[in-house]
Design a protein around this ligand. Structure first.
Ligand code: ARG
Length: 566
């Protein structure tokens, strides 16, 4: 059976009343949700019709009202330029639950993207340095955007643009040659390499000749010198091993690890195009592209010693991605401190004549602090992500021990809850907001937390287990209990919510939605007796199942797992 959703029902009626002046799809596009439910459940604004119909919007609303069969609704009102519909709660509930239960995990799936590829540059930590909280943000925001894009019909390609090239590798090699030991690095790669690097920065202040030696090493590396290349490869693979542990913990996978080094042999072409288009100018011995007309400082493409730069590699990467993926959009989930870099990148590509530069979007995000402290690697005050995740898992375990000590597979659940809590906390904040991180709060089972949402879903699953019910009579699921109304409306808004999240590249839209749905459901649970044997039992359990499906899917879009029991 093909069940119509609530908006389609309203749109069909309006389209008919307009003598098909607008199609059902066109009307659906225009439908809005009134601010409060006492104004109605769905509103049709008539402003945009005024021109073609040569009528004032409030007249259009009044005329439409007269043509509509009002019995199909609880009520219809013309309020100024709006036509407000109050839906029959029972029907609304039935159409909503039918949609969720027939589509299951596909509920909310859309085809906005028409299969278009969207490379997402995400995580992208730097070799020989620990992953920072900023990289964590990029990882979880990027991963969630990938899920949301896939849900809306795009084909995301997750790219880890490793910081595995650049003058710092000259410094690292020089430092290793002076103070390094193979055993030390093998035993504790990231920390040791970081230590050498930090020491280099201390000592080069008094011994500037170290910088010359480092520059020489990087030149050798760019020229393919064997010793330099072997060391670099080794640093890279040791670092990658330790990054992979964190990605495993977070359950994030990548489609590509093509980092900066991958573009080493692809930069000559970039420089060539820039030269051909007469865009390169000499400035203090270096080669730059002037970006004055964009109100930006010049982009530095090549240093005076011929060494290439971060942006040169990004130019090569952008061009490579266009060729390789023929992308619909190309995203870069990178902290707001690189705003200028990505403006320059787009500007240079535009100057090069690539019209697709407009499809490149920097998705910036704000700073993050832990218990009020800024995180940084230079100063040596390093907060290791691994420690954050293992602490949060411990906190989750403590709460499970209190609430449900007999739970099976406690370890696994504690991990899902602890890691999920950190991810959720990151994503519930609007990207650009800077925020503080207090683990105790993040892992709490109450409040606007991931565990709160997971717990609500586990509660729904537990009700279903008790009822021992797995299939539902879809033709008998009308609910008009007012206590269920907010939950049902929230379920009906899932698709629109996902659409908003993808349009704004904003996972927080989904996280907030999940919190609200969990809260509505908890209210319903507190006010209604669900497990009573009567005619409404099938419908109530159908509602519980629908909540479980949509909460699980919301969490999945965020990259957070949801245990069936906790
Ligand atoms: N490795 C850089 C950093 O840690 C981020 C790279 C972002 N991606 C890019 N294509 N530039 O700051």
């Amino acid at each position: 059976m093909n069940y119509m959703n609530n908006k389609e029902q309203v749109a069909t009626v309006i389209s008919a009343a307009l003598d098909n002046e607008l199609t059902v799809a066109e009307v659906t596009e225009k439908l809005e949700q009134p601010k409060t439910s006492d104004l109605g459940d769905v509103a049709f604004p008539t402003f945009t019709l005024a021109k073609t119909m040569h009528k004032a919007p409030n007249m259009i609303a009044a005329d439409l009202l007269a043509k509509i069969d009002q019995d199909a609704f609880e009520g219809v009102k013309a309020v100024g330029p709006y036509l407000n519909f109050f839906l029959k709660k029972g029907n609304f509930a039935a159409t909503t639950l039918q949609a969720v239960l027939t589509q299951q995990a596909d509920y909310g799936q859309q085809d906005l993207g028409k299969g278009g590829n969207v490379p997402i540059d995400m995580s992208s930590p730097n070799i020989a340095k620990p992953i920072s909280m900023g990289h964590l943000r990029s990882t979880v925001i990027g991963n969630s955007l990938a899920n949301i894009l896939a849900k809306t019909g795009y084909n995301p390609v997750k790219i880890n643009h490793l910081g595995d090239w650049g003058t710092q590798f000259g410094k690292l090699i020089q430092a290793y040659k002076m103070w390094g030991s193979e055993e030390e690095v093998k035993a504790d790669p990231i920390n040791k390499l970081l230590e050498y690097y930090v020491r280099f920065h201390q000592e080069d202040k008094e011994h500037p000749e170290l910088d010359d030696a480092a520059r020489e090493w990087f030149r050798k590396l760019e020229d393919g010198n064997e010793e330099a290349t072997e060391l670099w490869k080794w640093f890279r693979s040791e670092s990658l091993k330790s990054f992979m542990k964190i990605y495993d913990e977070l359950d994030v996978e990548f489609d590509s690890f093509n980092g900066e080094a991958f573009y080493n042999d692809k930069m000559a072409e970039v420089v060539q195009i820039l030269e051909d288009k007469d865009l390169l100018h000499e400035s203090k011995g270096a080669e730059v592209v002037d970006l004055e007309k964009y109100n930006l400082n010049p982009a530095l493409i090549k240093k005076s010693d011929g060494a290439t730069l971060y942006i040169t590699r990004d130019l090569a990467a952008a061009i490579y991605r266009k060729r390789e993926y023929k992308f619909a959009q190309s995203l870069y989930v990178v902290g707001a401190e690189q705003l200028n870099h990505f403006k320059q990148l787009k500007a240079v590509l535009t100057e090069m004549g690539f019209e697709w530069a407009k499809d490149i979007h920097h998705i910036p995000f704000g700073l993050i602090t832990l218990n009020g402290q800024k995180l940084s690697t230079r100063s040596g005050r390093v907060v290791l992500l691994e420690d954050v995740l293992s602490d949060s898992t411990k906190l989750a375990m403590q709460q499970i021990e209190e609430k449900n000590p007999s739970l099976a597979n406690k370890e696994q659940v504690a991990h899902q809850v602890g890691v999920g809590a950190v991810i959720f906390h990151d994503l519930k904040n609007e990207r650009m907001n800077s925020f503080d991180f207090n683990l105790e709060e993040v892992v709490r089972f109450e409040g606007d937390t991931g565990p709160y949402v997971q717990y609500a879903r586990a509660r729904a699953e537990s009700i279903l287990r008790k009822a021992n019910k797995t299939d539902f009579d879809l033709d008998n699921i009308s609910i008009d209990d007012p206590a269920a109304w907010d939950t049902i409306k929230a379920l009906s808004e899932f698709g629109a919510t996902i659409k908003r999240a993808v349009a704004e590249y904003e996972p927080s839209v989904i996280a907030k939605y999940a919190i609200n749905l969990a809260r509505d459901f908890n209210k319903y649970y507190a006010n209604s007796k669900i497990l009573v044997e009567d005619d409404g039992l099938n419908a109530r359990l159908a509602l519980v199942k629908s909540v479980s499906i949509v909460l699980k899917e919301s969490l999945r879009l965020l990259g957070v797992q949801s245990p069936d029991e906790m």
